[in-house]
Design a protein. Structure first.
Length: 254
């Protein structure tokens, strides 16, 4: 776990603390924190996200079992599970919901307008409809944003440095992620200036990822850019293996 990841998790936990502090302090109160994760429980453990969240809370004075408890729900990488799990957390009357990724945040927003929602990471919250403005977001959502769209030209440059003769670039998009259209537009703008043809491919499940890589190979793409997405994080092993098999240079931003 690198220092930057620790910092992001610590800041995320701090945002959660701010949300909890909005409640009147109650002696002996055990706050229930809903933890909504797109991937599986095992992937959350393998990536260290669950443990680091626990550690960040401890560092901020919240001890699990003493003054807060985690009510975790894992969608196992299946988008159809997310709305149901968000609704379950609302029905359980958790005090706050912590989640990340456009699809999870949107499901939580639709499930409740009163329970505070903390974004661990998210695309542009204004474009995604999670905030009115950055200065005055309104609503019941707070937290972090990664502004992936703004980083896309730099990611393209990094991929070019890996493949100096790059002429065709694939961009793998999840149709369920509202930020990916903006990522594609940004990459296309940079690629056009460099004379690189962009091949958009879509995938929202494991089978479609395989189909996407087949399409890349047929189109003779020299590289693939994978924008940040909860499902792609879940499938990072599959994506890396397919890229290796295809002998394609790959820059993964997840």
């Amino acid at each position: 776990m690198n220092k930057r990841r620790r910092l992001v998790i610590a800041i995320g936990a701090s945002a959660l603390t701010t949300a909890l502090d909005l409640f009147a302090q109650q002696q002996g109160k055990v706050w229930q924190v809903g933890f909504l994760y797109f991937g599986s429980r095992q992937s959350a453990l393998d990536l260290g996200r669950y443990q680091q969240f626990q550690q960040g809370m401890r560092e901020l004075g919240y001890e699990e079992g003493r003054n807060f408890s985690i009510v975790a729900r894992f969608a196992d990488g299946k988008r159809e599970n997310v709305p149901r799990l968000a609704a379950e957390l609302v029905q359980l009357k958790v005090d706050v919901i912590v989640t990340g990724g456009a699809q999870n945040i949107d499901a939580a927003r639709k499930a409740t307008s009163t329970i505070p929602i903390v974004m661990a990471t998210a695309p542009d919250p204004v474009v995604s409809g999670f905030a009115k403005t950055l200065a005055r977001p309104g609503g019941n959502i707070t937290g972090l944003t990664n502004f992936t769209v703004d980083l896309s030209p730099k990611l393209f440059e990094m991929l070019q440095s890996m493949v100096p003769k790059l002429s065709r670039l694939a961009v793998m998009m999840n149709p369920d992620n509202s930020s990916h259209a903006g990522v594609l537009q940004s990459v296309e703008s940079s690629a056009q200036k460099a004379g690189v043809k962009v091949l958009p491919v879509e995938a929202r499940n494991a089978a479609q990822i395989e189909q996407a890589f087949s399409a890349m190979v047929q189109a003779k793409a020299g590289g693939v850019l994978v924008p940040r997405d909860g499902f792609f994080v879940q499938q990072v092993g599959q994506i890396a293996n397919l890229a290796k098999q295809a002998s394609a240079a790959i820059h993964i931003r997840i």
